[in-house]
Design a protein around this ligand. Sequence first.
Ligand code: NI
Length: 425
Amino acid sequence: MRIHIKDPQVLVRKDGLFAVEKKDVFIDGERIAALGEAPEGFAPDKVIDGTDKLVMPGLINLHTHHYMTLFRNIANDVPFHEWLFDNMMPREDHLTEEDCYWGTQLALIEQFRTGTTCFNDMYIICDAAARAALDAGSRAYLGRGLVGDENDDGGRLQMALEEMERFRGEPLLRFTLDPHAPYTCSPGYLKKIAAEAAKRDLLLHYHLSESEGEVQTIREKYGVMPVVHADSLGLLDQPIILAHCVMAQPDEIPLLAKPMVSVVSDPASNMKLGNGFAPVPRMLKAGVNVCLGTDGPASNNALNLFRDMTMMALVHKGLTKEPTEMSAQQALAMPTVNAAKALGREQELGQVAEGFLADLIILDLNAPELLPHNDILSSLVYSAYGTEVETVIINGNIVMENRELETIDEERVRFEIKKRTGIFG
Ligand code: NI
């Protein structure tokens, strides 16, 4: 389909920074064909009026567990270990593939409504997230959470590899290998997974240095801090996405700045579980590629990256008592260009630019919280709620138009979720 977005403001990238410029956007098939002037002979199938609208790159949620919508608002206000080991893991044992499918579809409704077009999901039941993402038309990076040791992981690694084969060739889906955490995976198992990822040219996605409890456990077991532990196993010398790194110490940060490492900060989840604050300003200064995630909706408890961008910027200004420590530019880069870099796709994702994939969102600039238009860019971080998102385009397909979902049967999802309420409560 050819789409012409007429007369909008556009968040573009200029000399390594974001800028807002008025220019038309032309989409041809899955890519952005041009900005400004129409390509020769361009005959649109659809024209979208961009008056008082902003076109910006769809946001990329680099760390989530979408199926956990089913556990949302269970076990609030309890310590991290009690939350995880006593409340989440026992419930996960009872989930079926259909539960996870509907849980993920609910997550996708929320993610579309708040402008996220791609999610990096660590889940526990194969096929459900992939089917849910495909049916909704979302771009997705998917990995089965892996726990165990090199001799016995309950067949999880094999299941993950077989799942990849089943969905091979789907343009919206890519798979990762996801060792869960250093306290649920043995060193031998981590090495085995890393070798498999290197052999198959896959990204790794791993929870690391999330809590004080984890630091204690890893120090007692291995005598080192978690980031040092990961590095000693060679994990930081291949493409890897590290969720959290809350407890990273100053001498660990250079390890996180290694060229194939990206860190996903999840400020809402870290605060809600009482785990603290990742040293993000320090990481940025050291050249770490810092991205943004919601984490699962059972520890956030939302899937709204606009909300998390606001938190990211405000929290670090407050913590450091230095308002220059985190700019709107830096916060906006995390779920866009930085995330694209983490995925190894900075040449085709994360920007509204000619030749890039058409993953973009259109916001209503007449929303009262965005008026007046003194500084549209900053308003996206400091004023927007995410509810300003009207239209969502992924891979050139419209999945939401004027707030109407085109690919998800919202009523059915609500029915399926309500049916399951109480089962997991
Ligand atoms: Ni997580």
